[in-house]
Design a protein around this ligand. Structure first.
Ligand SMILES: [Fe+2]
Length: 431
């Protein structure tokens, strides 16, 4: 989880700091060049633990003001631009009370080269890797890296499946080959999603890989050109699939029988319902479908655990409230508002997408879950609320995939005339 935020305008130093932080302390670090750029990001992380700033940073008083208005204490380390990254890492470890045997680690690094982790779920869709991939055995200084995938060979999917079954979450890439690996990964994701003549199931697998990549990068707010390319290709690919594919019921069945994550199922099925509702309501598909796909990509960031993802009403929230930490309760109630701000940080995302994300549980201010108030939110948000709510009920085993029963619940819940009209169109489509 992200705890450290750094303000520094020197690209090379920042790249080194990020790598070292991840390698030595296992921490993601969000970086920006100026206080102005960092201010909206700090709002997204109410539980941030540390901010580090280079001594050339601008507007020091603005930063102090921001820190003073936070509910939770945020310590700050300021460092000289001549400071070595390793010295800064030591200070950060000390501040966060993390144990760091730097000498032992350095000794270890001297004997073998460092490795960086890559999520196994991303590697699973690859056909070839330009670098060897390793698994890590043991922890800290005692860790050993054992090769599992040979570079330039075709990747044997059964090897990855076995690792998945053994609850392996990460594979490791030699540090000096990480950029090469990362480029190959994004190229394979983009190529997979842009292929036209492949069967639906294979295409959905590639789109699921694109979805995982986008969500993982977005969570650490680390956008580069490769990310933008994957994002654009992903939205185009899903847009095209929804328009050209088979009947709705076939696709729902196909999605339900696959082994993709629940988050991806929710994303794809919400898009599917949105597409059919736009058609039924005679709303402009060319202008609106990509907007709704983008909203669907980011509306539930940080809610990947099923018990969080499937919460769909204040009633459901109160039922599970006592089992959740205060942090999770706050996140569920505020995720629409927070994720809307989060999306506004992503390059190329239109303001209307942030609006729909904020209103995606029917609340104009993005807090909680509303049953009515349709008139106060955007027309497209209303379509999204109904599509997303239907899918949340549908994926929740509590409702036993019973479409008729779910529609009844929704008719009794969303009593406003505009919602009722959308539900009527939905009913005629799924019967
Ligand atoms: Fe949500």
């Amino acid at each position: 989880m992200i705890k450290v935020f750094a303000i520094d305008s020197r690209d090379k130093y920042i790249a080194e700091l990020k790598r070292a932080l991840f390698y030595y302390l296992g921490l993601h670090c969000v970086t920006r060049s100026t206080v102005k750029e960092m201010a909206p990001i700090l709002e997204l992380f109410p539980y941030a633990e540390l901010i580090v700033v280079a001594d050339h940073y601008d507007h020091p008083n603005d930063l102090r003001k921001i820190i003073a208005t936070r509910n939770n204490y945020l310590p700050m380390i300021s460092y000289e631009t001549t400071e070595d990254v390793v010295v800064l890492i030591k200070k950060i470890a000390l501040e966060l009370e993390k144990s760091l045997d730097l000498e032992a680690l350095k000794h270890k690094l001297h004997l073998s080269q460092p490795y960086l982790p890559i999520s196994l779920s991303l590697v699973s869709g690859m056909t070839m890797t330009p670098s060897d991939l390793f698994i890590k055995i043991g922890k800290g200084v005692q860790a050993n890296y054992v090769k599992r995938v040979q570079k330039l060979d075709e990747i044997d999917p059964t090897v990855l499946t076995k690792l998945e079954q053994g609850s392996v979450e990460y594979l490791y890439v030699p540090d000096n080959e990480f950029d090469l690996f990362s480029t190959a990964l994004t190229n394979q994701i983009i190529d997979g999603m842009s292929q036209r003549q492949i069967e639906t199931s294979h295409k959905i697998g590639k789109q699921a890989q694109g979805f995982t990549y986008i969500r993982k990068v977005t969570e650490v707010l680390d956008f580069d050109e490769q990310f933008i390319e994957v994002l654009n290709q992903s939205i185009d690919s899903v847009n095209e699939s929804l328009r050209n594919d088979r009947p709705l019921s076939h696709l729902i069945k196909e999605l339900m029988n696959r082994k993709d994550s629940l988050s991806f199922q929710c994303y794809y099925l919400t898009n599917l319902i949105c597409f059919h509702l736009l058609q039924k309501l005679k709303l402009d598909i060319n202008n609106n479908l990509k907007t709704l796909i983008s909203a669907s990509l980011f509306c539930d960031l940080g809610q990947d655990q099923s018990e969080l993802l499937l919460v769909n009403s204040m009633e459901e929230f109160h039922q599970m409230n006592s089992k959740l930490t205060k942090e999770k309760q706050e996140h569920i109630l505020n995720h629409a508002r927070m994720n809307s701000s989060w999306a506004s940080q992503i390059p190329n995302i239109q303001p209307i997408v942030s609006t729909i994300i904020k209103e995606h549980h029917g609340s104009p201010n993005g807090i909680g879950f509303e049953d009515t108030m349709a008139k106060q939110i955007n027309n497209l948000s209303q379509v999204f609320v109904i599509a997303n709510s239907f899918i949340k009920y549908f994926l929740n085993p509590k409702y036993q995939f019973n479409k008729k029963k779910i529609i009844e619940i929704m008719q009794n819940r969303y009593t406003d005339a505009q919602y009722q009209k959308i539900i009527t169109e939905l009913t005629s489509k799924i019967e």
